[in-house]
Design a protein around this ligand. Structure first.
Ligand code: PRX
Length: 634
């Protein structure tokens, strides 16, 4: 792999990547296994949006993750699985064992009618079979759509229907701390509304199992027993779809971000090697669920593309106690640990004694992802987990970028707490003002955009390219707009300040305000609602909902609980509002637009400085909302 080993290397690679992007990426790509070479490295336009990397080339991602390593490191551990229950046995899969399981499961997919280009939904707990499922899809050329197993039946059904999946891979239950999640029951409910699904293959993880639909459902183990051992990797065009991953935007339903085989592979592989400075035989642990992009790129594909040992953890950070992460680090001698600021903040609240109780001397590099890391959490992580020895790589990126874009390289880039620091080679960020004019010079603050393509960028939103164009390329024509605000300091270091659109980042999860509003509005008594984010000590942002009811509810607390149940039903518990305020009106302009700026200020606890409110239809509503807000945030 093309790796950066010093700051001089970084500067040279960066320069080369902007002077001659095609030569730079061709060299990176040459480290992978291609069944057929490309005839063109890059063709692109941001207006209208179309980008094609490694045109003409053929490859298979599972071949690059597995077959490529067999000769040299077939016996090395690919996946260490740490179960939810600390007393239960650990599972270890060598590269050879993983290869065998993926081959055989790829044949299960074929036996069940899956063909190249078909969409397969994966709704599974954090067990090695989830990784096997993803790699097997890649092997046969099926497009996987992994849905986080915390989404509700309705959210799952929406995603399955949007991608018209023909098959669902799932499990009986999932273990999360002291709770057991009835995954199959959620799938059953979802599939009642999914006409495209012909088959569900169900992994049995407990002796009890679960009810099975007589014609639709098959057991994972019985299917495996009937499948042949070898499945040659399907030759895929570089620009064939690899996977769809749904993510929230500022409008409408979540969109299916599409990544393609060649570019995604090159970018996930390259960034993993560089961002974590992975060394052979190290144990790497990313705590993200496979249902998110971090789980795709840095739990599974990035590490396996580099022949790394990746740890997969089924449980949660606070079970059986808030020392669990550190106990797992000690037990498996973890060298690189990658998690989200929300986890750090939550563990911080239990005190230093938990990390202090474990031997964390194996740790070498720490990582952070998903949301801005505040200074206090950065220092706590650095001092108590890294014991002052481990650099922290604060990685900024998105579902749409496929891999890390801006991050300090451990022991190479001089770090600065809360700064994602400098762009990786190949990445050309710019800041623009609200009119789209570039803000040059340092320091600067503006909207973060990218002016040149990189191999891991999304290609489209599934089934609707105009939505992709509109969402990412229309705000500032000729640029990819990230939706994030950003500061660049006097050293040219980037610090992401948070979303500037109607997306809330709750515990590192992206939630669209419109989605939550739509869910709340399903309650029969709700006339209208408006949802905003507000600063939350642990989650980063909390969800604040202003709700207008048709009649004053007899029991306001019960009504609030009903609203939460409604959101849980439509989206899932992660989108539950932290605060529900009943209001008799919303601050609207004469043209009917809600002034969210005011609602955000009230949610933040501001009592004055609402700016110009003269354009409001009824300015008195602000005082009434303000009065009602007092004390609600607790
Ligand atoms: O606002 C940024 C924030 O998370 C958003 C992307 O969310 P998602 O697509 O779910 O991907 C999360 C994992 C990559 C971004 O638009 N974000 C992500 N990483 C950081 C961050 N904000 C600040 N600092 C980060 N390191």
């Amino acid at each position: 792999m093309k790796t950066i080993r010093s700051y001089i290397d970084y500067l040279q690679h960066y320069q080369h990547s902007t002077d001659n992007p095609e030569a730079f990426w061709a060299e990176v790509a040459s480290h992978f296994r291609w069944q057929k070479p490309w005839h063109s490295v890059l063709q692109w336009s941001f207006n209208p949006y179309q980008v094609r990397w490694f045109e003409g080339a053929q490859l298979n991602l599972s071949e690059n993750c597995l077959d490529r390593h067999l000769a040299t490191q077939g016996e090395q551990t690919a996946i260490i699985w740490e179960p939810n229950d600390p007393q239960a046995p650990v599972r270890r899969l060598s590269y050879r064992e993983l290869y065998e399981q993926v081959n055989q499961f790829a044949n299960v997919l074929k036996n069940n009618g899956v063909r190249k280009g078909d969409r397969v939904c994966i709704y599974m707990p954090m067990v090695p079979e989830a990784a096997v499922a993803m790699l097997a899809c890649a092997r046969v050329g099926a497009i996987h759509s992994v849905v986080f197993a915390g989404f509700s039946a309705q959210a799952l059904a929406d995603r399955i229907n949007d991608a018209t999946c023909s098959l669902v891979l799932t499990a009986d239950v999932g273990q999360r701390g002291s709770k057991q999640l009835d995954i199959k029951a959620i799938v059953d409910e979802a599939l009642a509304a999914c006409p495209s699904v012909q088959r569900a293959i169900v992994l049995q993880t407990t002796p009890k199992g679960c009810p099975m639909h007589p014609t639709r459902d098959r057991w994972w183990h019985t299917e495996l027993a009937q499948a042949a051992a070898d499945c040659p990797p399907e030759p895929m065009e570089a620009e064939d779809m690899l996977f769809i991953l749904y993510t929230s935007g500022s409008t409408g339903k979540p969109k299916g971000v599409v990544h393609t085989c060649g570019g995604y592979m090159v970018y996930a592989g390259y960034t993993f090697a560089n961002v974590f400075q992975y060394q052979p035989a190290e144990v790497y642990w990313c705590t993200a669920d496979v249902g998110w992009i971090t789980g795709h790129s840095y739990l599974l594909y990035g590490p396996l593309l580099n022949g790394a040992t990746t740890l997969m953890f089924e449980g949660i950070p606070t079970y059986p106690d808030p020392g669990r992460f550190w106990q797992v680090c000690e037990k498996h001698r973890v060298n690189i640990f990658y998690t989200a600021p929300t986890a750090i903040r939550s563990l911080m609240s239990f005190g230093e004694k938990y990390p202090a109780a474990y031997d964390l001397s194996s740790l070498r590099v720490l990582g952070s992802v998903g949301e801005p890391i505040n200074e206090e959490a950065w220092h706590w992580y650095h001092d108590n987990v890294g014991r002052g020895r481990c650099p922290i790589t604060d990685t900024w990126w998105q579902t749409e970028t496929g891999g890390v874009m801006i991050a300090p390289l451990p022991r190479i880039t001089v770090q600065k707490p809360t700064f994602a620091t400098l762009p990786l080679p190949g990445i050309q960020p710019i800041l623009v003002d609200d009119k789209g004019h570039e803000i040059s010079g340092n320091p600067a603050e503006g909207n973060l955009c990218l002016k040149f393509p990189w191999p891991g960028m999304l290609r489209t939103t599934y089934g609707d390219h105009s939505r992709c164009q509109q969402n990412y390329f229309a705000t500032y024509p000729g640029l990819y707009f990230t939706g994030d605000g950003c500061r660049r300091d006097e050293d040219g270091y980037y610090r992401i300040t948070g979303r500037v659109d109607d997306v809330i980042n709750v515990s590192g999860h992206r939630i669209g305000t419109a989605e939550v509003e739509n869910a709340i509005n399903e309650h029969p008594m709700v006339v209208e609602s408006a949802v905003v984010g507000y600063p939350h000590d642990i989650k980063g942002q909390g969800i604040y909902a202003y709700v207008i009811c048709s009649d004053a509810p007899a029991d306001a607390d019960e009504f609030r609980r009903e609203v939460l149940r409604e959101v849980t039903r439509v989206i899932g518990p992660i989108a539950k509002p932290d605060v529900v305020q009943l209001v008799d009106g919303l601050p609207k302009t004469r043209s009917g637009k809600i002034m969210r700026r005011i609602l955000r200020k009230i949610a933040e606890g501001e009592t004055a400085n609402f700016g110009d409110t003269t354009t409001l239809l009824d300015p008195t509503v602000v005082d009434r909302i303000k009065a009602g807000a007092a004390g609600l945030r607790g």
